[in-house]
Design a protein around this ligand. Structure first.
Ligand code: NAP
Length: 540
């Protein structure tokens, strides 16, 4: 691991100080490696640093949405609610950074611009927007699946003189929207969480909805000490069971198919799930993602709930998702979302009936009328999974830009490594279960797998590792085939890259289940990494 130039030299450069980057850094240090972690924000936390919009909350329950790698850590941290709020998760992740003394190796307010694999000395040269230029043996992206925010191109946007906000770049000091005329564009998970909160402040709230979403109540509540202690007594066993499940989450996974039970039992099961709350609803019957008729019954149950909650029948109809399968756009989890539309100062504007034509200095114009607004909140999502990776100029062998290699869709073996990009790793990359799971479970599995590989290389005195092309091709085909067997590919969602104009229409995560994926990763190790090529020194 020699220094090949005047540039500072590290064993590893890590991008991103979210859950993935922090744990990666911790493991690298445990291996005795010198690592530098670059983070664009001025604090650690990743997603939970940026997404501070009112109402931001995780939809995985607190007792599961945390690291499992350290028993003392999971025993000592106290959660206050069933679902953790952004602020609490941010405190937790700051606690982790301090507890494991990670900060000295983290450089904040620094965005990685490029990483070039220099074949002559088999090292990565990494450049940042702060003028850093360093080399490293390993380059590891922990840049996040939902971190490259999108604001759609809209005519006249720069003319708008009011406040322009994005849910994923909410000002740290907060925003006072009391009494203001506020517009929200977007009704995905972020929009659905923030709309009820904004309605509490705004004088007038207009929700600009293009596609209605399915949302299940969170029934969030305080988490009593007793309940936490009971969980903590068996923490390792709970974690193990989660790791052996398809989502890495302890849901109540149904063993029965929709039509194995009669209508009364079906409705009772939907109702039971609705009352329990959360994304558990997705697992009411085991055929919901593969059988359109089964899915439609569950979807109609949710529409009935919307009709029962929203008092204006016309608004209820507009809020009721139709034409795509429940869960194929990520199921939302809310607090009082549908009921918010019963408030007299909240208005729903249907963009399918009357699209936005342009922004003006004082608001926006739609095909059916104008709105005067003091503030516009974009809850318009992300260039998911590949966006943050592609925004860095990553060049592998022959200086080939990763973005070019991925022009027809991302290619990676197990979502971890890319052929012709030696010593480059992705945590929760495309083709891994990542966004279909409790992402912390996926992160821990990836980070531990990478760390084990680095230890193996050291033991074998290998300097370079890269995925082979043929296994990568096979894996990409397998990921697509698994997706083709589900309803996911029938919907225009960010899972399919469909929310970004020009992005290839490819199902981005591996849908075969976390437990199956993790077993495949273990098999790779047990077999001695047959689908990777190792090399002991610099290539000729
Ligand atoms: P999203 O799910 O992609 O939703 C974006 C919304 O903006 C959609 O309603 C979309 O409409 C709309 N939109 C996009 N471009 C538009 C345009 N040009 N004109 C009008 N509307 C437009 O993004 P998100 O809500 O930020 O959520 C992304 C993901 O982050 C979630 O699915 C989830 O995985 C994660 N997340 C999780 C939580 C949680 O744990 N509770 C909270 C927030 C986010 P169309 O559907 O028509 O494209």
């Amino acid at each position: 691991m020699s220094n090949t130039s005047a540039s500072p030299s590290y064993d590893a450069v890590v991008v991103g100080a979210g859950f993935a980057g922090l744990y990666m850094l911790h493991k690298l240090r445990q291996l005795g490696l010198r690592a530098r972690l670059y983070e664009a924000g001025d604090g650690v936390g990743g997603t939970w640093f940026w997404n501070r919009y009112p109402g931001a909350r995780c939809d995985v329950e607190s007792m599961q949405y945390s690291y499992s790698f350290d028993e003392a850590l999971q025993q000592e941290w106290q959660w206050s609610e069933r679902y953790p709020a952004q602020r609490e998760i941010l405190s937790y992740i700051n606690h982790v950074a301090d507890r494991f003394a990670l900060r000295p190796d983290i450089q904040l307010e620094t965005r990685v611009l490029s990483a070039d694999f220099e074949e002559a000395h088999a090292r990565w040269r990494v450049r940042t927007d702060q003028g850093d230029e360093v080399t490293a043996q390993f380059f590891i992206s922990a840049a996040g699946c939902l971190s490259a925010a999108r604001t759609p191109d809209m005519a006249g946007l720069d003319d708008f003189a009011g406040l322009r906000l994005h849910t994923s770049a909410w000002p740290q000091e907060g925003v006072d929207l009391r009494g203001k005329r506020v517009g929200v564009i977007g009704t995905g998970s972020s929009g659905i969480q923030t709309i009820p909160q904004l309605a509490q402040q705004a004088g007038q709230l207009v929700v600009f909805q293009r596609t209605p979403n399915f949302s299940i109540p969170a029934w969030n509540r305080p988490l009593p000490e007793q309940e936490q202690q009971a969980w903590k007594q068996n923490y390792q066993a709970h974690r193990e069971r989660a790791r052996n499940s398809r989502s890495g989450i302890l849901y109540d996974y149904a063993q029965r198919a929709t039509f194995e039970v009669d209508e009364a039992e079906r409705q009772a099961e939907y109702e039971r799930r609705w009352r329990k709350g959360g994304a558990n609803f997705n697992h009411c019957f085991n055929d919901i993602f593969v059988n359109a008729k089964s899915n439609e019954l569950a979807a109609e149950f949710v529409r009935e709930k919307i009709r029962a909650i929203v008092t204006d029948p016309e608004a209820a109809e507009r809020l009721s998702p139709k034409g795509y399968a429940l869960g194929t756009k990520r199921l939302c989890v809310d607090t009082d979302y549908y009921a918010t539309f019963n408030l007299p100062h909240v208005q729903l504007h249907d963009l399918q009936a009357a699209p936005i034509e342009r922004f003006t200095a004082t608001g926006l114009q739609t095909a059916s009328g104008d709105y005067a607004l003091d503030a516009v909140v974009f809850a318009t999502g992300f260039d998911a999974v590949t966006g943050a990776i592609e925004r860095m100029e990553i060049r592998g062998r022959q200086q080939r830009l990763l973005k070019d290699k991925w022009a027809a869709g991302p290619r990676a073996y197990l979502g971890l490594m890319v052929a012709d990009y030696p010593n480059f790793f992705m945590v929760t990359g495309p083709g891994s279960p990542s966004i279909l799971t409790n992402v912390i479970v996926s992160i821990e599995q990836h980070v531990e797998w990478i760390a084990e590989l680095l230890a193996h290389m050291r033991a074998q005195q290998q300097q370079l590792v890269e995925a082979q092309t043929e296994p990568e091709d096979r894996w990409v085909r397998h990921v697509a085939q698994v997706a083709e067997g589900t309803l996911f590919t029938t919907t225009n969602s960010w899972y399919m890259g469909a929310n970004v104009p020009g992005k290839p229409r490819v199902f981005l995560p591996y849908g075969g289940g976390f437990h199956i994926y993790a077993a495949l990763c273990r098999e790779e190790v047990a077999a001695g990494y047959p689908h990777f090529t190792f090399s002991p020194g610099t290539p000729a």
